[in-house]
Ligand binder design. Structure first.
Ligand code: 13P
Length: 248
């Protein structure tokens, strides 16, 4: 089954009003014949700006995190309902930088995915092993554990999520997983999803980790790689557009 691929940019903590304006305009102008879905996950203060800029294009808006809570005394948190008011379609949850620097657990990530889904936002659930875990032969065990928590909490709604396999050792390092290494993990995740839902084949499984204009096509050619979650290369319109063009 051929489904439309998804190329999502994760700007991380980058950008400013002027640079965002130029970047989104250039992407919107350059992607007119895109055959894939395109999203940009931007820092929260810029959601309103990018919501306006994307208008008239098919760029979807994403957030980089979402609270697991509905509302109330949770200083600094942003609820799914608030994100929805700004036209947010996707929210990254469980990015390795959140797990690593903010102590996010598998259980919290699962609750965040649930909160997003409850408000019509598609969570992009990130999983991935560290270099030490890979070298210890624990890759499969780690990603399955991370996924299992999300499946457990979200039940049949699991068919509504997007998964992103992001090996931690490949993020921002210029060391990309080979297409074969990535496909092997994507296949494991697909099998796990199949055991949980009959609609597993429609769950996009993105690859993330130093994906760029040069390596995108070979990664995206793998049978279980349904798109990309792009960090550094999503900040340069020309590079991001080349990745979008490689997704067919
Ligand atoms: P890079 O593309 O910069 O390696 O980042 C990947 C990533 O973490 C996307 O979420």
């Amino acid at each position: 089954m051929d489904k439309k691929k998804l190329i999502a940019g994760n700007w991380k903590m980058n950008g400013n009003l002027e640079a965002n304006d130029a970047l989104v305009r250039a992407v919107a102008a350059g992607m007119q014949q895109a055959r894939c879905g395109v999203a940009v996950c931007v820092p929260a203060p810029y959601l309103a700006q990018v919501q306006m800029l994307r208008h008239g294009s098919s760029i979807e808006l994403g957030a980089q995190d979402v609270s697991a809570q509905e509302q109330g005394a949770f200083t600094g948190e942003i609820s799914a309902k608030m994100l929805r008011e700004f036209g947010v379609r996707y929210a990254i949850v469980g990015h390795s930088e959140r797990r690593q620097y903010h102590g996010e657990t598998d259980a919290l990530v699962a609750d965040k995915a649930k909160a997003a889904l409850a408000h019509g936002i598609t969570p992009i659930v990130c999983v991935g092993e560290t270099l030490a875990e890979r070298e210890a032969g624990q890759t499969e065990e780690v990603v399955k554990r991370q996924m299992a928590a999300v499946i457990h909490v979200n039940g049949h709604c699991i068919s509504e999520i997007v998964v992103a396999y992001e090996p931690v050792w490949a993020i921002g390092t210029g060391k990309t997983a080979t297409p074969e290494q990535a496909q092997a993990v994507h296949q494991v995740l697909r099998a796990q999803l199949r055991a949980a839902t009959e609609h597993a084949d429609r769950v996009p499984i993105l690859y993330g980790g130093s994906m760029n204009a040069a390596n995108a096509a070979s990664l995206l050619a793998q049978p279980d790689i349904d798109g990309g979650l792009i960090g550094g290369a999503s900040l340069k319109a020309a590079d991001f557009l080349q990745i979008i063009a490689a997704a067919r």
